[in-house]
Design a binder for this molecule. Structure first.
Ligand code: DGY
Length: 426
């Protein structure tokens, strides 16, 4: 065996070990020290990796997440299945109380996260179709919640009520909308993330204060979706969350058809998102950019969210979108940075202001392959593979140096390796 093949196998063994070590029975923590509970989109991506090892365990990961679904249909971004005190903000800050109805008493956060679960379930269903039956109504309720709670006017673009809801916590798009958030009522608190990761890789304190202020605002409404939509100081239409929902709706419709159910209502929602998505297009930038729905202002720079359009099945500006991707590729040794590397706000080590996230690479690569762009898709997959071979299973990666960024022993990075990056064929 040559050195490369041996390295490859060693990484695969390590990825399997990470998923085993991070498992807490029926769910997986994203990274034991930094994120010690169940996180929504982390779990969904992790299930893709688990499916390579044990399909029953992969299904359990998703089923467990939906055990925490709220009566409104919302699926929370964190489920506090255990009482670790090493994470901030915990249940005492979220104050979601008894709004959660489920078998087990458990507290959760009060916001959601990009809805990738239906897409993962469709993949799991290739082997085990009967197991989708119980999940389909739950996925449908969650998707309906996104439309009613986060796009109540039916405009076809989905808002996030908190940077954490987007999953891309400190992407520069949120800088201007966050500046309007009043932090006057925020009392002293202690960040726990900085116990584990260097401050230079994490969001700034001024951002954290606003994250906390937004949680306190929504908690004070009693997590009332209508009040949040009308009054949340942060209310931004997100091209990534919208693309991911659009993709997930297509997968849900396919799951319904497979199960003999009528997908007509889902198809109506798909049509609304397809039409709405064009609002994100910023001709000047040549990318799909977020829109601050409080001011009507659109972000003036591209993020990696723009490259999710093919994954959403939106190819209206395909040539321009991939031209932008190529321009970025010329700037950094590795693909795909989370933010435009030519911009002054680009920081290759700071969370979502530059580092590469392998789940984004997976979605971007998958979308490009489906759009018939095998060459670009393979370039991204190769870059992904090199990053893991070089720097292991980090939270994210510096696109210039290829070094590890953020937390270690990351479940979704291991999962992307097992399910996609390490494979001969996909
Ligand atoms: C964090 O704590 O940094 C998470 O991204 C919130 O979900």
């Amino acid at each position: 065996m040559d050195a490369t093949a041996a390295d490859h196998e060693a990484r695969t063994a390590e990825a399997r070990r990470i998923l085993a070590d991070n498992s807490r029975g029926d769910y997986t923590v994203p990274s034991p020290k930094l994120y010690p509970f169940q996180w929504n989109w982390d779990s969904a991506f992790t299930a893709l990796g688990l499916a390579e090892l044990d399909t029953d365990r992969a299904w359990r990961e998703i089923e467990k997440l939906f055990d925490a679904q709220w009566p409104s249909g919302m699926v929370p971004h964190i489920v506090f299945w255990s009482d670790e005190s090493t994470y901030f903000p915990g249940p005492d800050v979220w104050q979601t109380g008894d709004r959660v109805s489920m078998r087990d008493a458990v507290t959760t956060s009060g916001i959601s996260q990009p809805p990738v679960a239906a897409t993962v379930v469709r993949r799991l269903a290739e082997h085990d179709a009967h197991r989708t039956i119980a999940l389909i109504p739950k996925l449908d309720a969650w998707h309906r919640w996104w439309h009613s709670a986060r796009d109540p006017s039916g405009s076809g673009v989905i808002a996030v009520s908190h940077p954490w809801e987007s999953g891309r916590d400190n992407v520069p798009d949120w800088d201007a909308p966050l500046a309007a958030v009043d932090t006057g009522g925020v009392e002293a608190y202690s960040r726990r993330d900085l116990d584990v990761v260097g401050a230079e890789m994490r969001p700034h304190q001024r951002e954290y204060d606003r994250y906390v202020a937004l949680v306190e605002f929504a908690a004070a409404t009693g997590w009332d979706d209508q009040a949040i939509a009308q009054q949340s100081p942060f209310w931004v239409a997100d091209p990534a969350t919208t693309a991911i929902l659009l993709r997930a709706e297509r997968d849900l419709a396919a799951l319904m058809s497979m199960a003999g159910l009528d997908p007509t209502e889902v198809e109506v929602r798909i049509a609304r998102l397809e039409q709405g998505y064009e609002q994100f297009w910023n001709q000047e930038v040549g990318a799909y950019c977020s829109i601050d729905l409080r001011t009507g202002r659109q972000a003036g720079a591209a993020t990696s969210a723009s490259f999710l359009a093919p994954y959403a099945g939106v190819n209206a500006h395909h040539e321009r979108v991939v031209a932008e991707l190529d321009e970025w590729s010329a700037e950094t040794a590795f693909a795909v940075p989370s933010f435009d590397p030519r911009r002054p706000e680009f920081e290759p080590n700071r969370y979502w202001r530059g580092p590469i996230w392998l789940v984004l690479n997976y979605m971007i690569g998958t979308g490009l392959a489906e759009a018939g762009d095998a060459e670009r898709a393979e370039r991204i997959r190769t870059s992904t593979r090199e990053l893991v071979l070089r720097s292991g299973f980090a939270e994210s990666f510096n696109p210039v140096a290829g070094t590890a960024v953020g937390g270690v022993q990351f479940s979704w990075t291991a999962a992307v390796w097992l399910a996609w990056a390490s494979r001969d064929e996909v």
